[in-house]
Design a protein around this ligand. Sequence first.
Ligand SMILES: *Cc1c(COP(=O)(O)O)cnc(C)c1O
Length: 387
Amino acid sequence: MYMKIPMSSPDLTDADRQAVIDVINTPNLSMGKYTPAFEKTFCDLTGAKHAIAVNSGTAGLHLCVRAAGIGPGDLVITTPFSFVASTNALLFENAIPVFVDIDPRTGNINPELAADAAKNIEKYLPRHSSLTTHDSSLKAILPVDVFGQPADMDAINTIAKEHELTVIEDSCEALGATYKGRQAGTLGDFGVFAFYPNKQVTTGEGGVVITNDDKAANMMRALRNQGRAPGDTWLQHTHLGYNYRIDEMSAAMGASQMSRLEELLTKREQVAAWYEARLSEIPGVEVPFVESFTTRMSWFVYVIRFDKKFDRDEIAKRLEARGVPVRPYFLPIHLQPYMVERFGWCEGDFPVTEDLGRRGLAIPFSGVMTEEQVDYVCMVVREELRK
Ligand SMILES: *Cc1c(COP(=O)(O)O)cnc(C)c1O
């Protein structure tokens, strides 16, 4: 038996498609009414005072870094077990990521290590940062809600309060998740969501920042629009800004998708439940761990871990050959070539991150997967592990 399974698929309806067509039948393809309508869906969902839509999650993270006043040489505690964008947003401003290792069960930043780092920062500086704590200052903490599960944000906020740090919550994988009943993205000073096609909600490319901070929100609105402050004319630019605007087609698709958020999340929950029932029966396979304080997991990807005795990369090849695409999740950020070159990190620096990075494998996942497809993937995993 052979099936060709897609790694991920957007979950689009005719209504989502029609929303895009409605836009392209008007002359307003940017800066029209759909962008604020899309933004409003985030205020409605999360209760945040401001939502600022941009053209990627990465752009959203960068705007948070700028709005928080993080600049050259500033230190930000963050995690090496993430998609690179969470760290890159700091590097764009020449800030220095101070990595701490993660919780082995969830893959989220370990709050005890983060607390220790905030107290004893010099112990955690990268080898090549050539800084002393005299000429650098700890400004912020940037946790990531990995694979759709919120980080332990109460613990993070306690650290932030004690050391007067800004908290930027990278919720790009966790739209709709809840932590102790509170929405992901609302748990720090800033929250960021992303809408690449494999995310829970997609706009093709896009992102949204949420915050309750009026001043930061105004700044981010200016920075996404070439630095135009309120009152500036089209060719007046108060700040050094960017073109991080989302277009109206994307915003319209996003607003339509957001009106179906509950359905989108529920379908993904069903697929995750099918996987869990089948995969937890297979010896040598660990299924995702959901914390007690995760009151709702927002399934982004489905990452399983193999027992150390298996060669993950060899199994990955065999799964691919049988029509089951897979991805190692994540290749640790500190070991990416440009990071090694710039900061001098080595294998062994973050052992938990590296261990999960070696054993974890994302298998096909989306809200439109059928039970037959899930059956096939699980059968292939079972058979290939037995060989
Ligand atoms: C998807 C994602 C982003 C943003 O990605 P874009 O492709 O720029 O939208 C940022 N951080 C994490 C952890 C992500 O998974």
